[in-house]
Design a protein around this ligand. Structure first.
Ligand SMILES: *[C@@H]1O[C@H](CO)[C@@H](O)[C@H](O)[C@H]1NC(C)=O
Ligand SMILES: *[C@@H]1O[C@H](CO)[C@@H](O)[C@H](O)[C@H]1NC(C)=O
Ligand SMILES: *[C@@H]1O[C@H](CO)[C@@H](O)[C@H](O)[C@H]1NC(C)=O
Ligand SMILES: *[C@@H]1O[C@H](CO)[C@@H](O)[C@H](O)[C@H]1NC(C)=O
Ligand SMILES: *[C@@H]1O[C@H](CO)[C@@H](O)[C@H](O)[C@H]1NC(C)=O
Length: 895
């Protein structure tokens, strides 16, 4: 058949309709797999690929957010495919050899492939398909290596021989988890395409994209492209990070929902096409197929199973949970000081001050402008002596055009040979960023990590920064490819280019042919930010010998081990505020739990209403930073009206009072692989009403946040799953559950509810987290239907690298059991440098009058009972939580 590619189109049409006539019969539009995803498909070009060209039986309407639809050009069912030539059991599972006798339309088809089915754990299957003969590039991520096959508890695999396909089902329900038989499998050197049937059209994940939380392909066709890119978040384009991970719901006939997850470990540019069959197709232009299936069966189980592969998130330093303030365009020390002063005068809790690129001298990394930012080092030391922290920005582009001998980072980098190189050259590839022409450090080179640590350490002696903000690391360039363009080499001219913004892999970045220590830029582009974050994390550990804080714009699967993330250059619109929620929920799933969006919006002028609403919402972002663009109106909280300031302060105080809960959630994320923010469906998997909710979210398992995202509105349409909910601030129980209700939400009000069954550790806020560390703790006890609740608290010095390893922390378990017995169990009490006094306990949902209270067996009289709101408040306790391994508070009620 290969020769038919070269005969004239008329004959091709004849041949194709002759050879493939029957196999083009396709009753279902949804079962058509696109054979010509490139621009401008025509019948001629389609038939040249031996594919079928038919107009869709009934064309769907184009959806407003997508330009993909039922393809005219699709694969016939007898398209050339692989067949199994051998299948042997191995220690890890099965090894299958497959072979293809007919070539397809992409150059360099690989005919002999090996398929390893690795039964990694009871819930985790790995499928690797690679060239039997030649070693290919593989993602340099440290993933677990499995020697011995596990006994799968809930998955079964069937390998079909001719044509080759893999079917994975859930044992307990028979539900399909993976089925590659839906479309032909293609494996050419620069074009790999594999499809799978999905269990349902309801998906989550597949980032970084700006989209609603639920990807619902019941009717829609959708294409998501993966290739790191610097662009203000818009829908339907590839953005800063690459996370080819998704969760798929499985609804059984008896209305139970289970979930599984899938991770495509591949760092090359790729498209993921989704269609209503429902089905998913990966089209990547390099590497191998390395696919993980996680069988859950709950969403949290899937997350645990995924993070076991990519690595758990880092434990952030305590101070980084506070409020961060930044703008591009303070322009000088005077403006910066004035802003800090007004924040101070207005008494806002606030922890971290940042500066952007305007504080650099001529935008040169590891410098500051000692004219406009005269005194910056002293300003930073001043902040630090008040318990605040300082973070500065570093871009990867290192200026190559400074006079020799005047700019050490470049001179030393050249000497050490650590920059990304041009193809077949020892010279660095040059792009253009803020400081002008720049070279780009190659963080896959171990020497680059040493160089980076060294120059950062030198700068740290000038300005003792506490964290590093690594921006522009997609890597972003203002020109395409390099100052000399790109080459004619095959890597710069792939036969298929996924649907990246700019239509070229070198669009506003480097040439794919550029050479890294580990491989080509073609392979490593999307991991640039990953390696930079790893190097920066390492550098900060070496320099500060404390827990590092890194904020990276570009991320890859596993980046959460090293860095926090913000969602990039958003704009000051209500729509941007809405999309921040799904972005943050997704990044939690991707293992980057310390994440936030630029509060009040980066681009465009914010408004007082928007900024007030956004400060309220942002108080529930894990990473809370208000960040503004150059030339926009001020948006630090102290720049607004007195009324707006009071509302923003309330939001900040709410956040600061919940810090012990937040900090414990971070600990659980690092230790137990739990997301910090999560969608409602994670906790209410069988409740279909929760699947599409992305305007509300849960903090941990216990706190439900329902922000107001609509301009001019004083109502929030919110869903409350059938459970017990108490309003956080008033403690009053909500009566309408299991339905959507309209909550009052005037500008002064953020709706936050606590779920029955949970105990939330809280603390009286200080001016910042360092100053507030020794303040009294409080417990908010939200009773379940049966009058029970539980919670815990992790506490350490907040900065140590090894508090868990050395056990220098405290850990408490709080339990409320019937009848009316609250126990504070101190399980670990090795950190004694800061007092832990419990001052107040607030118990919600007590519907009978209190007759007595005892603390550790002694009668206690400082309590109030509010019968109307059913709240018991025990105050003035002054219990040293570290004093005893178990302390008990009890109460009796009248009958
Ligand atoms: C497509 O949209 C038009 C106008 O919105 C509508 O009249 C038509 O019925 C739609 N067609 C299908 C197949 O849904
Ligand atoms: C593929 O494998 C078969 C044997 O399994 C061998 O005969 C053939 O030469 C191989 N082809 C290539 C291109 O390596
Ligand atoms: C998914 O989309 C379909 C069709 O548009 C709709 O009927 C269904 O309710 C949606 N599912 C969810 C969970 O939103
Ligand atoms: C499942 O839910 C559907 C729709 O809510 C309902 O019609 C059906 O009876 C339910 N099936 C079972 C087994 O509960
Ligand atoms: C900083 O300078 C820019 C122009 O470079 C200007 O637009 C902006 O208003 C200045 N910022 C402040 C806070 O004065």
């Amino acid at each position: 058949m290969a020769c038919s590619l070269f005969v004239t189109s008329i004959i091709v049409i004849f041949l194709v309709s002759y050879t493939y006539g029957q196999q083009c019969e396709q009753t279902l539009n949804a079962a058509r797999f696109d054979c010509y995803p490139e621009k401008n498909p025509t019948q001629e070009k389609c038939l040249a690929r031996n594919c079928c060209w038919r107009s869709p039986n009934q064309r769907f309407n184009l959806s407003h957010f997508s330009d993909v639809d039922v393809p005219f050009c699709y694969y016939p069912s007898d398209f050339p495919n692989y067949e199994v030539i051998s299948n042997e059991p191995t220690d890890f599972g099965q090894r299958i050899r497959i072979f293809k006798s007919q070539m397809t339309y992409m150059p360099h088809d690989i005919v002999n492939l090996t398929v390893d089915l690795i039964y990694e754990t009871e819930q985790r299957l790995r499928i690797r398909i690679y060239d039997t003969v030649f070693k290919r590039y593989e993602v340099p991520l440290k993933v677990p290596a499995i020697e011995k096959k596990a006994d799968p508890t809930d998955y079964e695999i069937v390998v079909k021989s001719k044509p080759f396909s893999i079917l994975v089902t859930r044992k307990s329900t028979g539900m399909i988890l993976f089925d590659s038989s839906v479309s032909p499998f293609i494996f050419a050197d620069q074009f790999i395409k594999i499809s799978t049937r999905l269990s349902s059209p309801l998906l989550y994940g597949l980032g970084e994209h700006r989209q609603s939380l639920l990807i619902n392909i019941t009717k829609n066709w959708q294409r998501l492209t993966f290739y790191t890119r610097d662009f203000p978040p818009l829908e339907n384009i590839n953005l800063y990070g690459v996370h080819p991970f998704h969760i798929n719901l499985e609804r059984t006939p008896d209305n139970q929902t289970k979930v599984h997850g899938q991770f495509f470990l591949n760092s090359n540019a790729m498209d993921v096409d989704l269609q209503p069959l429902p089905a998913l197709t990966y089209t990547t232009i390099g590497g191998i197929i390395d696919l993980y299936i996680f069988t859950g069966p709950t969403a949290q189980n899937v997350i645990e199973q995924y993070w076991d592969v990519i690595g758990k998130p880092m434990m952030p330093p305590f101070w980084s949970l506070g409020f961060h303030l930044c703008r591009w365009g303070y322009n000088n020390t005077g403006n910066l000081l004035a802003m800090i002063q007004r924040m101070h005068d207005a008494e806002f809790p606030y922890d971290v001050q940042w500066t952007d690129i305007d504080a650099m001298s001529s935008h040169l990394d590891f410098t500051y402008d000692n004219k406009n930012f005269n005194g910056l080092p002293d300003l930073v030391r001043g902040l630090q002596s008040d318990g605040k922290h300082y973070v500065n920005i570093i871009d990867p582009g290192i200026s190559s055009s400074q006079p020799a001998g005047t700019y050490f980072p470049y001179d030393d980098g050249i000497k050490r040979g650590i920059f990304i190189k041009k193809l077949d050259s020892t010279d660095p590839i040059l792009g253009q960023v803020w400081p002008g022409i720049t070279a780009f450090p190659d963080f896959t080179n171990p020497d680059a990590v040493e160089w980076w640590t060294n120059i950062a350490a030198t700068f740290h002696e000038t300005i003792p920064f506490d964290g590093m903000w690594i921006d522009m690391n997609e890597p972003s360039s203002f020109i395409d490819g390099s100052i000399n363009g790109c080459t004619t080499y095959y890597l710069d001219n792939p036969p298929f280019v996924p649907h990246v913004l700019g239509d070229s892999l070198n669009s506003k970045s480097l040439c794919p042919s550029a050479q890294h220590y580990l491989s080509s830029h073609y392979n490593l582009h999307s991991m640039y930010g990953y390696f930079e974050a790893q190097a920066t994390n390492q550098a900060l550990k070496t320099i500060r010998k404390q827990r590092p804080f890194v904020l990276s714009r570009s991320t890859f699967a596993g980046s959460g081990q090293f860095t926090a993330h913000w969602t990039g250059d958003n704009r000051a619109t209500f729509n941007d505020m809405y999309f921040s929620i799904s972005a943050i929920l997704n990044f939690n799933m991707f293992g980057i739990t310390h994440v936030g969006a630029d509060i009040c919006g980066f681009g465009l002028d914010t408004t007082e209403e928007l900024c007030t609403r956004w400060m309220q919402l942002g108080a529930f972002y894990p990473f809370m930073r208000n960040h503004n663009d150059i030339g926009q109106r001020d948006q630090d909280p102290a720049s607004f009206s007195w009324e707006a300031q009071q509302i923003m302060k309330q939001a900040l105080l709410m956040r600061y009072s919940l810090i012990p809960f937040w900090y414990t959630l971070h600990h659980q994320a690092t230790m137990e692989s739990r997301t910090i923010l999560q969608p409602l469906f994670f906790e209410y998997l069988n409740d279909v009403n929760t699947y599409n909710i992305d305007e509300q979210f849960l903090l941990g398992r216990a706190i439900l946040v329902s922000p107001n995202l609509i301009a001019g509105s004083d109502k929030v349409h919110a869903y409350f799953p059938a459970d017990i909910w108490y309003e956080l601030s008033s403690g009053v129980k909500l009566l309408s559950i299991g339905q959507f209700i309209d909550l009052n939400s005037p500008i002064s009000k953020l709706n936050v509810h606590v779920r029955g069954g949970f105990i939330i550790p809280m603390q009286i806020p200080g001016a910042n987290l360092v100053l507030g560390r020794g303040n009294p703790f409080t417990l908010l006890v939200a009773q379940s239907y049966s009058g029970e609740a539980s919670g815990n608290l992790f506490w350490d010095d907040g900065d140590a690298l090894d508090s868990v390893e050395t056990q220098t922390y405290n850990y408490f378990e709080f339990t409320l059991k019937t009848p009316n017995t609250l126990t504070i169990n101190a399980l670990v009490t090795n950190y004694k440098d800061s007092p832990m006094r419990l001052d107040l306990v607030k118990i919600l949902g007590i519907n009978k009058p209190i007759t007595s209270v005892t603390v550790n067996g002694k009668a206690y009289s400082d309590y109030l009972y509010d019968f109307l709101d059913q709240i018991l408040l025990i105050h003035g306790l002054n219990i040293d939580m570290l004093a005893q391994s178990s302390q008990i508070i009890q109460w009796t009620t009248s009958n």
